[in-house]
Design a protein. Structure first.
Length: 462
């Protein structure tokens, strides 16, 4: 009898033990702990009220990372004029100063605003000739929160440009641009450095990178989950409404109106929400002027732009107005570093504030072609830097403070606040740190070739 009781309990105990073991393994597998880099990302703050669906892009495994990176980058040095193929420099002294980058605090959301009108006015008043937001902007999180959560009162097709987007009005008359999600986070874009649709997450990450680099020349961007049926269709213009249709399953789709817009390439929701980026429209008191970028691509297969075959291209640019004096050429250097870090090879034009003429700052807007391929570092994006060998000392110093992994750390911290977090998969953070080292290396090569006094520019202008 005694033997039977013990056996009975032993069997039960074994069942309970196995059940517990199974539960622990299951919890471990379904948690984020396995997914490198995601574990320490806190829950998004601004999304609390909006209660979006849980992030659907957390799990990414891309095999053979190292092999693939080497294959993709093997030949890159061979056909870029002006790129010094010499030894890469390493061992920079990162001089990180905690005061340098104010990432987290400014993203907290405060409730001390009476109405949205005050929030939009505040953001409009931030705009100055050489900055879109101030260095310290404790209300930035509140403005971003308002962009991500306030009521949409009008929706229309995009204004201009080639990519599918919407022009929205938010409550109290604030215009914003909505760029819809077209790819999952782990999608890799192959081909030329401007290939693929716009990436809404690149707009979001670009905004924060621009701020972390200390430029603050990008319009405000935040992620948002939009309910097409409830938030867009009831307030849509006729011409936008005409492009809506029922997609597969329970989804709602639209294809808008733009150069590349057509019914075969729509943006669709997941049955309820469509994720996208919201960009704050600049105040009408700051009209823009569009310029052709001197290092733009031809966008024609087999046809190269002059800078792509002529090593001395910069000599001809640096003597021309507005590059021969003032901030323009140095702004181009800053922007090419920014673009290289995100992998955006689509800077065909750039915009400045009309009223500032030749002294106008280069706005870092339209950053949606970044973060397409974390395995590929497109060195040609850096051509202005390694062909001209000029950089502001302040930019160089900022890059140094961000080397040694600080850049990705700050980016993760900033992006963790966004409602569509995680904005980037971990491979893109690795890519940014790696590319930053390559930028520093190119600057070092310039210094050894031309001397520091030729390369470093103190102050803002040439
Ligand atoms: N936030 C904004 N504030 C003011 N004007 C803007 C803003 N965003 C875009 N614009 C204007 O709209 C134009 C097109 O926007 P954007 O470059 O984002 O679209 P796109 O479809 O990518 O264009 P492209 O095909 O030329 O690259 C810009 O060149 C600019 O003049
Ligand atoms: Mn574009």
């Amino acid at each position: 009898m005694r033997f039977q009781i013990t056996k009975f309990f032993r069997q039960r105990l074994l069942i309970v033990f196995l059940a517990c073991l199974f539960a622990v393994i299951w919890m471990f597998l379904t948690s984020n702990v396995l997914w490198d880099g995601m574990a320490d990302v806190p829950a998004p703050r601004m999304s609390d009220l909006h209660a979006p669906f849980p992030p659907s892009h957390q799990r990414v495994i891309i095999p053979n990372y190292q092999n693939r990176f080497q294959e993709e980058n093997e030949d890159v040095d061979k056909f870029i004029p002006g790129l010094d193929v010499g030894q890469d420099f390493d061992g920079f002294e990162p001089k990180y100063n905690d005061q340098d980058v104010n990432v987290g605090q400014d993203l907290d959301v405060h409730g001390d605003f009476d109405n949205l009108h005050d929030i939009w006015t505040l953001a409009a008043d931030w705009v100055k000739s050489r900055e879109i937001i101030p260095a310290i902007a404790p209300d930035l999180g509140t403005v971003l929160y308002a962009m991500a959560n306030s009521k949409i009162t009008k929706a229309d097709v995009g204004y201009k440009g080639t990519q599918l987007k919407l022009l929205l009005s938010l409550e109290n008359d604030q215009i914003v641009v909505f760029k819809p999600m077209r790819y999952s986070r782990d999608h890799v874009i192959n081909g030329n450095p401007y290939a693929g649709y716009d990436r809404h997450n690149s707009e979001i990450a670009g905004f924060h990178l621009d701020r972390i680099l200390g430029f603050r020349r990008a319009p405000l961007v935040v992620g948002r989950h939009v309910d097409l049926k409830k938030e867009i269709i009831p307030v849509a213009s006729d011409r936008l409404l005409q492009t809506f249709f029922k997609g597969v399953g329970n989804s709602t789709c639209f294809y808008g109106s733009c150069h590349y817009c057509n019914k075969e390439e729509p943006a669709c929701d997941d049955g309820v929400f469509l994720e996208g980026s919201i960009t704050l429209w600049l105040p009408s008191s700051w009209p823009l002027q569009k310029h052709r970028h001197p290092w733009g691509r031809t966008y024609k297969a087999g046809k190269k732009a002059k800078w792509e075959y002529d090593n001395t291209y910069c000599r001809e640019i640096i003597v021309k107005d507005p590059f021969n004096s003032g901030p323009r050429l140095l702004d181009i250097m800053d922007t090419c570093i920014f673009d290289y870090l995100i992998g955006n090879g689509d800077r065909h034009h750039y915009e400045t504030f009309q009223q500032d003429g030749a002294d106008g700052m280069l706005l870092n807007m339209d950053n949606a072609k970044g973060f397409g391929n974390p395995f590929h570092d497109e060195k040609s994006i850096l051509a202005p830097l390694y062909q001209c060998c000029k950089i502001r000392r302040a930019t160089y110093q900022k890059l140094l403070t961000l080397s040694d992994g600080k850049l990705s750390e700050f980016m993760k911290q900033a992006l963790s606040h966004d409602p569509v977090s995680p904005v980037l998969v971990p491979l893109h953070y690795e890519a940014m740190d790696r590319r930053l080292r390559a930028v520093l290396s190119e600057i070092q090569k310039c210094i050894s070739r031309n001397g520091e006094s030729h390369v470093m520019v103190d102050g803002l202008v040439l």
